[in-house]
Design a binder for this molecule. Structure first.
Ligand code: FES
Length: 593
């Protein structure tokens, strides 16, 4: 080892053949380089079988691992991590397993979204506090990729995402059974009396056929694909089914790639640019992705100061055709999507709409990877000239009921309801909804607008996926299958219907949603991008908001929930905590040893 001024060791290429030359001093050298006592301490405790060369210029790479038995969609991540590890080691790096907060969508209460920012903050702090030069992010279930990307963006260390991939398609009674979407559909059939409960329960064990996350175009699939559209994955990786052995090949490649990225000092701030967010919004529309992507992309952009706004989703995405026939908007599942050509085949169809300069983790533009992509099954992925729907994307609404915005996914809505005026039936909380929605005496008909409030980031707290309010049983029994619904919460990416969601400001933050009364008329006009409460301003000034929705149904007195309620921002900017917006980089100037 060479001594350099300041007592630090000079860095040398990680491989004897000199293929990797580091353009900057490794960050981990701040812990390990030198002959002084502190370097001795840092090295000695980390040795445990590592060779001396581990501390003399080889990048130390964390594998941020969301494997957890309580996050079943990510339970296979230890196997993925093993392949990443091999790739890192083969390229000359030192792989280090870093278990991070893992969020299982179906288990966490009150809602996994309450913990997204906590997972992001904990991961960010552990990446910064440890002697690391880069990170591979292993995510799958809904919130895991967003929280990992938020963390990596704020620390700004070289980072590659490995999406864990969807599960294989299940079947029930000879037809495909998609997770999420078909559960909503079948449970509505039970409520409508058209499916016996015993058949519904029998479908349960047919749905989850393998490892992996939900196999519809829900939030997990969407965020895995958008991680690739953003440029943060090895190209062609997203959407690989979890049990597919090619996922392990891709994981190995990701391990190799992150070592190269450290060598070239290629960081998230160079990858996650305005151009890459444009590409993600184009992809979101063309795949018919989840509305949850709006809050996640806004939050990730906020960590890097990329000037992304809610209106960009409408401006960039609204006129883009829906090219993917997947549940919930269509018929097929993610296994079919991958077989049909995957994301790159979709992006090739809309290549002219992509930012040609947006570079991905490999250092090359995303568009460079589209030339060889092909659609192999036009039933699943449509050509641009034969779309499933001519216009997909997210529509952003404003008006007297949503001064700061609300969103709707027209592709998942009923065309005849996109312009609608009807009397509100108001529910103050989700508990209020559950108590009254099936009451035979509820004054509601198919023209009513179901308004659910108290479900925003502060009000619930955590902004749960409840906006696709179940329809009243008595209307289901009459054959009604969709109604206009308005809510300040989110909606599962696997759900569907004419649902206006993310209404901002939420009721608990003083939005006009808190003032709506049953019987008030609400006007939805998606072509005009309007959502209005047809009540005179003077009358609204006289009203007092319902206490439960004004103060929030829950008013936590301690812990993360208290911190969250005090600092969470509204949905139109990504529902991040105010003090987590932005980046602190990777520097830690103090050392207690
Ligand atoms: Fe994990 Fe759907 S529950 S992705």
């Amino acid at each position: 080892m060479l001594n350099v001024p300041g007592g630090r060791r000079a860095l040398r290429p990680a491989r004897a053949d000199g293929l990797i030359g580091y353009v900057t001093e490794l960050r981990s050298a701040q812990w390990y380089a030198g002959d002084h006592r502190n370097a001795y301490l840092h090295r000695a405790w980390m040795r445990r079988g590592l060779p001396d060369s581990a501390f003399s210029g080889r990048p130390h790479i964390a594998i941020a691992n969301t494997a957890s038995d309580l996050t079943p969609c990510n339970a296979h991540m230890n196997e993925v991590a093993a392949s990443v590890r091999d790739g890192i080691y083969e390229a000359g790096g030192i792989p280090l397993n870093l278990p991070v907060v893992s969020l299982g969508e179906t288990n966490l209460r009150p809602t996994a979204m309450l913990w997204r920012n906590m997972a992001a903050m904990a991961t960010e702090e552990m990446l910064r506090a440890n002697p690391l030069d880069g990170v591979v992010l292993l995510g799958g279930c809904d919130k895991t990729i967003p929280s990992l990307l938020m963390a990596a963006a704020s620390v700004d260390l070289p980072a590659v995402v490995v999406p864990g991939g969807p599960m294989l398609s299940g079947t029930f009674r000879g037809v495909p059974l998609g997770c999420g979407t078909d559960v909503w559909r079948l449970s509505e059939e039970v409520r409508a009396g058209t499916l016996p409960e015993s058949a519904f329960l029998a479908s349960e064990s047919s749905m989850i056929r393998s490892r992996g996350h939900c196999n519809t175009m829900g939030t997990a699939s969407t965020m895995g694909l958008l991680a690739e559209a953003l440029g943060t994955t090895v190209p062609g990786t997203a959407g690989l089914p979890a049990p597919d052995s090619r996922l392990l090949e891709a994981s190995h490649a990701a391990g190799r790639l992150v070592v190269e990225m450290v060598g070239q000092d290629r960081r998230p701030s160079q990858v996650l640019t305005a151009g890459s967010f444009r590409n993600a919004i184009v992809a979101l529309a063309a795949i018919g992705g989840s509305t949850n992507a709006v809050v996640h992309l806004l939050a990730i952009a906020g960590r890097l100061g990329v000037p992304l706004t809610i209106d960009d989703f409408d401006r960039i995405g609204a006129g883009i055709p829906l090219l993917v026939d997947l549940q919930p908007a269509g018929r097929h599942l993610m296994e079919d999507f991958h077989r049909a050509g995957g994301l790159l085949a979709v992006l090739r169809e809309v290549a002219d709409l992509l930012d040609p300069g947006a570079r991905i983790v490999t250092g090359r533009p995303l568009v460079d990877y589209l030339a060889e992509a092909q659609i192999w099954d036009h039933e699943v992925i449509r050509a641009r000239g034969e779309p499933l729907q001519p216009e997909a994307g997210i529509a952003v609404l404003r008006g007297s009921l949503a001064p700061s915005g609300a969103i709707i996914k027209p592709a998942a809505a009923s065309a005849e309801l996109l312009t609608h005026r009807g009397p509100a039936v108001v529910f103050d909380t989700i508990e209020d909804l559950h108590a009254r929605i099936d009451d035979p005496g509820l004054d509601v008909d198919a023209d009513s607008v179901l308004v659910l409030r108290g479900c925003g980031p502060k009000g619930y707290p955590g902004m749960p996926e409840v906006s696709n309010v179940p329809l009243p049983r008595k209307l289901l029994e009459r054959g009604v299958r969709d109604m206009v619904r308005v809510c300040d919460g989110r909606m599962s990416g696997t759900a569907y219907g004419t649902v206006v969601l993310h209404v901002t400001p939420e009721a608990a933050a003083g939005g006009p949603l808190a003032l709506v009364q049953t019987g008030d008329f609400v006007t939805l006009d998606v072509p005009a991008r309007r959502l209005d409460l047809d009540v005179p301003e003077s009358e609204l000034r006289r009203r007092t908001p319902n206490r439960a929705t004004a103060a929030g149904f829950a008013n936590p007195h301690r812990g993360w929930e208290r911190l969250y309620v005090d600092h969470v921002q509204q949905a139109d900017t990504g529902a991040d905590l105010d003090f987590l917006v932005g980046s602190s980089g990777g520097n830690v100037s103090r050392d207690s040893h």
